[in-house]
Design a protein around this ligand. Structure first.
Ligand SMILES: Nc1nc2c(c(=O)[nH]1)N[C@H]1C(S)=C(S)[C@@H](COP(=O)(O)OP(=O)(O)OC[C@H]3O[C@@H](n4cnc5c(=O)[nH]c(N)nc54)[C@H](O)[C@@H]3O)O[C@H]1N2
Ligand SMILES: Nc1nc2c(c(=O)[nH]1)N[C@H]1C(S)=C(S)[C@@H](COP(=O)(O)OP(=O)(O)OC[C@H]3O[C@@H](n4cnc5c(=O)[nH]c(N)nc54)[C@H](O)[C@@H]3O)O[C@H]1N2
Ligand SMILES: [Mo]
Length: 557
């Protein structure tokens, strides 16, 4: 969000799902969309069937990479090196889009100067990708008629997340692959309503519709609607909140729909800080680990199946949801709980419905103004911006950049100088393995919502390791090992994974009761976006016990 908002003024993916079926070349960068975004990947498959070339940039050979024409297995945290090397290759071969750069961008010369050291040889050395492969991909991306880059956490869960995103945006600007149908720069959102949450203002520096909380004119409009004063200073993001707890500046926490006791990096620190709060309130549909630590638990209805409202997906499409089930027991709609809390604090909001809330959103947020409830229904959802009742919604963003008319074009898009910096948690003799963490198709996040079901797909947590490393450490499939980082340790069974190169390990966050992976992760975070470096931990692996003597058939323990 931060990277896109900095360059283009709007923190949303530029393109529509349907466009993916008309793309010539797609770079799926740091995203295992096959497992984590199956609906989106369905569109990718349709694109592939129509002749799209798919290039996957991921340290692991993922399920997504299996569908790719090329897999670039770079070392964790070297994406900026790859992007800068591609940029230099494009520039020295005169493959950049001079007309677009002239028309629509600024700061090109500084950018050129910053990438000129990134020869193919240096890029290959830092990323681990052969020089001729980087060359091929740079040429293919620049020459494609319609090219798109999609990314997710492999890019954003690093200490330099915003710079990683800016590095990808630079490539789009350099080649003019933005602002036209079938091109674009797209972060895929993690949950059905991550985009919507940010759009509604659940983000430290924005009110609803990306309007700056520090802007006096904006605040005055909201204050008039709400009849109360708004703090003029932007708030803290999650990582800053934990820092503020450490410094004693934050002593009360109200958590709605999040399980930080399991999902935050370096959770020994997290647990200590949550336990030290004066008051912890948790509003959730399950009694989570965080809720178990809480002073007050407010049982909520599930907003996906038990209440009414809207969600906004990665293509900026606002869609309606309706209740299909009755909430159990005392569980109540999140809106109802919040209104009751307001009443106890002396503000009578009555009993607002989801529709009432939505009408307020439309009054305050120009990009939602044309999205009447009935129109959302009729049109099968609408993509923002949709400023008035006649507007059909917006398929792709930033077409204005191609306009010759300065008034229509508006602000130009700046190139950003981004410097390569390796991960914070360094590899050394004691911690020689790079552990990266993420997801599998069969489970969801901290397991709260998927922990109870049984399915043939469902697995326990494992430590995934390359067969070469397993052989070197004399480990067998299923053998339990101790994994240690500079912060903590876990025990997990080994699984041999052909998609991993030697030196790289993988685990998920799905089974915190069995293997609490965030015991290992580092709380280093990106000052621009607030995201933690979940994707790069330095660890070592120790054998737990001597393996039973091998007996030909590889028998059990
Ligand atoms: N089945 C399922 N689907 C989900 C979720 C789930 O838990 N289960 N969670 C949802 C949520 S909240 C989110 S945010 C999304 C996340 O969706 P994804 O981001 O696609 O999922 P991850 O597995 O976390 O990480 C993506 C990939 O980044 C790669 N990677 C790691 N380090 C680097 C690096 O330095 N560079 C590059 N280029 N790649 C790197 C990893 O190998 C991994 O394949 O998924 C959503 N969808
Ligand atoms: N090691 C490691 N750690 C990670 C990551 C990683 O890749 N590696 N990924 C990070 C990412 S991208 C994410 S998004 C986080 C996820 O971290 P969390 O968001 O903390 O994890 P979830 O399990 O998705 O928890 C969501 C909670 O919302 C509740 N909930 C669901 N619907 C509703 C509702 O309608 N109302 C209310 N009130 N509650 C509801 C669920 O019951 C659940 O407890 O984890 C982060 N942590
Ligand atoms: Mo996420």
């Amino acid at each position: 969000m931060v990277g896109l908002a900095t360059v283009f003024g709007a923190g949303g993916g530029t393109s529509s799902y349907e466009e993916v079926e008309h793309v010539d070349l797609m770079m799926l960068w740091g995203s295992n969309a096959r497992a984590a975004h199956p609906i989106y990947f369905h569109h990718v498959l349709k694109g592939i069937h129509k002749g799209m070339r798919l290039i996957v940039v991921d340290p692991r050979r993922t399920e997504s990479a299996e569908w790719g024409d090329l897999w670039l297995g770079l070392d964790v945290g070297t994406d900026i090196a790859l992007s800068n090397t591609m940029a230099r290759e494009i520039i020295v071969n005169d493959l950049h889009h001079r007309a677009f750069i002239e028309l629509a961008t600024t700061d090109f010369d500084d950018y050129v100067a910053s990438v000129m050291d990134w020869t193919l040889e240096r890029g290959a050395e830092v990323t681990g990708i052969p020089a001729d492969v980087i060359r091929e991909v740079a040429h293919a991306y620049a020459k494609a008629d319609r090219a798109m880059i999609c990314w997710t956490l492999g890019i954003t869960e690093h200490h330099n997340a915003a710079d990683n995103v800016l590095a990808l945006i630079n490539l789009g600007l350099l080649t003019g692959h933005v602002g036209t149908y079938g091109s674009g720069l797209n972060p895929l959102r993690g949950q059905n309503n991550v985009q919507g949450g940010g759009d509604m203002g659940a983000i430290p520096h924005h009110l609803t519709g990306f309007q700056e909380v520090e802007n006096d004119v904006v605040r005055a409009r909201f204050e008039q609607e709400w009849g109360s004063k708004i703090n003029p200073k932007k708030g803290w993001h999650l990582s800053q909140m934990f820092e503020a707890m450490e410094e004693g500046e934050l002593t009360a926490l109200y958590v709605i729909g999040e399980n930080p006791a399991a999902s935050e990096a370096d959770n020994q620190r997290t647990h200590k800080l949550l336990a030290n709060l004066d008051i912890l309130i948790v509003q959730d549909i399950f009694l989570t680990h965080t809720a178990e630590m809480a002073d007050v638990v407010l049982p909520a209805a599930n907003s996906a199946f038990e209440s009414e409202g809207t969600v906004t997906n990665s293509e900026r499409r606002v869609q309606r949801v309706r209740p299909a089930l009755q909430p159990p027991g005392n569980a109540r709609d999140d809106i109802w709980i919040i209104a009751q809390l307001a009443a106890r604090l002396g503000h009578d909001w009555g009993d607002p419905s989801a529709h009432d809330v939505w009408e307020e959103v439309r009054r305050l947020s120009p990009m939602h103004a044309g999205m009447a409830w009935e129109r959302l229904e009729e049109l099968g959802g609408i993509q923002w911006p949709c400023p008035d009742d006649e507007h059909p919604g917006t398929t792709f963003l930033h077409g204005r950049l191609w306009s010759e008319d300065p008034a229509e074009q508006g602000r130009k898009a700046p190139f950003s100088v981004v410097l390569y910096e390796p991960p914070v948690d360094e590899l050394d003799e004691d911690y020689p393995f790079r552990l990266t963490t993420g997801r599998r198709l069969d489970s969801y996040n901290t397991g709260v919502q998927t922990g109870e079901y049984t399915s043939p797909l469902r697995r326990e947590e494992t430590l995934d390791m390359s067969p070469e490393d397993a052989e070197r450490l004399r480990l067998r499939e299923g053998e339990r090992v101790r994994v240690l980082s500079r912060r903590g340790e876990v025990v997990a069974p080994v699984r041999l994974a052909l998609g991993l190169r030697p030196g790289l390990l993988f685990m998920t966050l799905h089974f915190p009761d069995q293997v609490d992976v965030n015991n290992l992760t580092i709380d280093a975070w990106d000052p621009k976006s607030g995201t933690a470096e979940f994707k790069a931990t330095a660890v070592r692996v120790e054998k737990l016990e001597e393996p039973a003597v091998a007996s030909g058939g590889g028998g059990g323990e």
